[in-house]
Design a protein around this ligand. Structure first.
Ligand code: C2E
Ligand code: CA
Ligand code: CA
Length: 557
């Protein structure tokens, strides 16, 4: 089987090897280094980009097989073996297969020095490592495992290796897959990979990470790696934009980038990749199509936020431990008395103490925990209302609804079940929704509000005048009450502009048959102004701060 006349001395080895070859998946090889002749199992010709299983001029011939980026590594190892005339060869690198696709192989061999003939041999085997773990067929890039291996090499060298790791992610990749199918998704990934390679000039140091992420590892002795990373990100983005343009915008997408400047002496592989991923996560959060460099303060804040979210979750799971609904009096001008309250949530945490809803409501919204807590608030508030109605028949309660409850839960069903269980008339409950870009012009919001209104609940626009003041939204969404934000009431007695604004809002609302509640009235002068302007109800510290139910009862009943 082995065709090398010069190595007759080795025939007994060859016989053994050919037998081994039959019962082995690997390809066994003998390289006569002295005569520069190579023989390998015949099956290697079927697997790899080889014309023959036996050839001379070994390194030159192997150029057709060895993946170019890996050639220097192989060269170096061979030089070492020849120099030392002994030793083990153990390398993982890439060979081209029959389809000219790089595949990972492990080449293991032993240098044998035949002193009698004064010849040097390398005898060993080549086995395919399987492309799945190390290599991405779609983009022809190495995977995270290879990056890990290469980065850990820096650490093992124990030298100062510095640089940056840039992760590029395709924005909204999931929706590309959903809209156009995974074949197009794969094509997008292959295109992005190619654009990155065009800019870098080699596939080396470019990695296909998980999902839609690509990593680029750059080492050097620069002074501002964050700037370098940003520049590289922009170049890649331009390349992608050009490609999209050249294809007549058939498919349009953007990329985000996040980078971490590392020092291999101090940063483990896990730290390096985690921090770069965090930066990318921030870029996507901020609004995509941008670059963000890792920042320690951002990271610490993020960790604090995650911890806080965990504590909130614990409290909710733990029977809403630490949560309490407070009630702020609502004064009705036509009755000249407090005859209602707004339910406002409070959280007294074991770890953080008393915390404002302004801080924790957004976290609950982000994690959708506002849905179970919102249900609990509705239950508490309606039971409280029923109790107070026994003393004051017309008493009503205002409950805040978050856009997450409206958009992401079956809020109408929840409310109707809860209120029916409590057994009070629907007209005693007002639901407040903040006018914001999140609710505006969404057909689902309109449906929910229409259903609530159809069920006999009153609806109020909260914080009117701040953020989006879309009058069409007010007109179309079946609101009965406008709540004017505190910002307009502050110093209304001395601030002419505020006075004019509130006058205008109240007149407009009354013309549209809507009632107006002014919020944040703190002083007697402010109160007389809003009464003079015809507000229908008034809320504010002047009448009372939000307080626990027991205190409210003592004060107003
Ligand atoms: P909001 O719905 O606009 O509630 C009115 C806020 O103004 C309350 O703050 C209240 O304490 C405060 N306030 C009332 N009168 C005065 C005043 O005269 N002067 C001053 N300086 N402030 C006054 P709070 O309770 O801290 O709530 C803040 C926000 O948190 C609420 O604004 C609401 O958006 C949200 N929130 C509170 N409870 C809930 C809830 O149960 N569910 C939902 N989804 N959001 C809630
Ligand atoms: Ca409110
Ligand atoms: Ca408000």
């Amino acid at each position: 089987m082995w065709k090398n006349d010069d190595i007759s001395h080795f025939m007994k080895y060859e016989d053994i090897l050919s037998v081994l070859d039959e019962c082995n998946d690997s390809c066994i090889f003998i390289w006569n280094i002295t005569d520069d002749h190579y023989s390998i199992s015949r099956k290697a010709v079927d697997k790899f980009n080889l014309d023959n299983n036996s050839f001379n001029h070994v390194l030159k011939t192997l150029e057709n097989v060895v993946y170019p980026d890996d050639a220097p590594m192989l060269d170096e190892d061979v030089k070492r073996l020849i120099r030392d005339k002994a030793g083990l060869h153990n390398l993982e690198y890439r060979w081209y297969n029959k389809n000219h696709q790089p595949v990972w192989i492990r080449c293991k061999g032993q240098v044998v020095n035949d002193n009698e003939n004064n010849r040097l041999f390398l005898i060993g085997s080549i086995s395919e490592l399987g492309t799945r773990n190390k290599y991405d067929n779609n983009t022809s890039l190495s995977k995270e495992l290879v990056l890990e291996h290469e980065y850990k090499n820096f650490i093992n060298q124990n030298k100062t290796v510095k640089g940056y790791f840039l992760i590029i992610g395709v924005d909204k990749f999931k929706s590309i897959n959903e809209r156009y199918g995974t074949d197009i998704g794969d094509q997008v990934l292959a295109d992005v990979a190619q654009c990155i390679v065009n800019i870098i000039g080699t596939r080396k140091n470019v990695y296909r990470l998980r999902g839609d992420e690509f990593g680029i590892l750059v080492t050097g002795d620069g002074t501002d790696f964050d700037m370098e990373a940003k520049k590289l990100y922009k170049e890649v983005r331009c390349e992608i934009d050009e490609m999209i343009k050249s294809r007549n915008f058939n498919l349009f997408y953007t990329i985000s980038g996040g980078a971490y400047s590392f020092d291999a002496k101090n940063d483990s592989f896990a730290t390096m990749i985690k921090n770069a991923r965090f930066a990318l996560h921030r870029a996507k959060l901020i609004g995509r199509n941008i670059f963000v460099a890792y920042n320690n303060e951002d990271y610490n804040n993020y960790i604090k936020k995650i911890e806080l979210q965990d504590k909130l979750r614990d409290s909710i799971v733990n029977d809403f431990e630490g949560f309490e609904v407070y009630y702020q009096p609502v004064y009705k001008t036509n009755k000249n008395k407090v005859e209602g309250a707004e339910a406002l949530i409070r959280w007294n945490s074991k770890d953080y103490g008393f915390m404002s809803p302004v801080e924790f409501i957004p976290l609950l919204e982000e994690s959708y925990l506002i849905i179970p807590l919102g249900r609990w608030i509705i239950k508490q508030a309606t039971m409280q209302c029923k109790k107070w109605m026994a003393v004051s028949r017309d008493f009503s309660i205002n409950i805040n609804l978050s856009f997450v409850q409206i958009l992401k839960s079956d809020v109408v069903k929840d409310i109707v079940n809860c209120v029916n269980e409590t057994g009070i008339d629907h007209e005693h409950i007002v639901f407040e929704a903040t006018e914001s870009g999140k609710l505006d012009s969404n057909i689902m919001v309109k449906n929910v509000l229409t259903e609530l209104s159809g069920q006999g609940f009153d609806l109020a626009v909260d914080d009117f005048g701040t953020g989006y003041s879309n009058l069409r939204y007010i007109r179309d969404m079946l609101f009965k009450i406008i709540k004017v934000d505190r910002a307009f009431i502050q110093n209304i007695d001395s601030n002419k502009d505020n006075y004019t604004m509130v006058k205008f809002i109240i007149n407009m609302a009354h013309d549209l048959n809507l009632k107006v509640c002014v919020e944040g009235v703190e002083t007697e002068n402010e109160l007389s102004c809003v009464l003079e302007l015809g507000a229908d109800s008034v809320q504010g510290y002047y009448y009372g701060k939000p307080m626990p139910a027991g205190e409210f009862e003592k004060k107003y009943f």
